[in-house]
Design a protein around this ligand. Sequence first.
Ligand code: NAD
Length: 261
Amino acid sequence: MTDLTGKTAVITGGASGIGRAGALLLAEHGAKVVVADFAPLAENDELFAKLGIESRQCDVRRETELKKLMNFAATFNGRIDILVNNAGVGMVKQIDQVSEEDWDRVLDTNLKSAFFGSKHALRHMTHDGHGGSIINMASNAGILPRAQDPVYSISKLAIVGLTRSLGLCHSKDKVRFNAICPGPVGGTRMMDETIAEFDDLDTATQALIGASPLARALGRMITPEEVAQSILFLASDAAAMISGTLITIDGGKALGVPPQP
Ligand code: NAD
């Protein structure tokens, strides 16, 4: 079993969905986990306390808050070993409907946060030469941009670029950068909000499942726990020589146009 005892992990957007599942799995494997979210959920309190998970309120769009978060996380064992830049928001709007505020909200949450989160985690990963693992939550839209949500797609394509660029810069520091490209993932606030936009929830759910060939074959969406398994792998020493990769967990959606039913 992967043993993360003695390691400290920070996960942004960890109150729900993929981040929450990742936080639970890393803690179950021995890591000291700090979850940061701007909308913490009281229903997590009992389970987080049982697993020793610290929950901090943090708006990842603000560099000052990210700096405070990383400094807090480093108080446990003097360093940070794992950072999961997971917080994200979606937005389905065409360019003529997008305000500057909309653009800033999506790009600041999905991209700027990962850059400045990495900046302040790096200090705590490199000061004694031990290195670390930074995992960015991209999306299927980071491989294949989608017509319905250009700003979201741009943010996720850019985070793939960030992963490769910073991976190149910081291999010398033994810090690995990798990205995960999931979708569609059920049981998340983001997916619930996406489906709620439609009049017929069942048809919308089936359309999302149908766009991913394996999801269609299995008759379900991907689960947050399935994505968490890749967080665990990339965080672990088993991935010690892996940097700049994308792990695609999209049921084959990025392979091409699936056969018609
Ligand atoms: P989610 O909405 O359940 O989780 C996102 C979390 O981020 C929430 O807890 C939210 O409160 C938090 N958050 C949002 N803005 C924040 C901010 N400014 N500061 C701090 N926290 C903030 O949805 P999820 O699906 O688990 O999303 C996690 C990541 O996975 C996102 O980056 C998302 O883009 C990505 N993703 C999700 C899917 C999917 O199908 N659900 C697919 C591909 C990628």
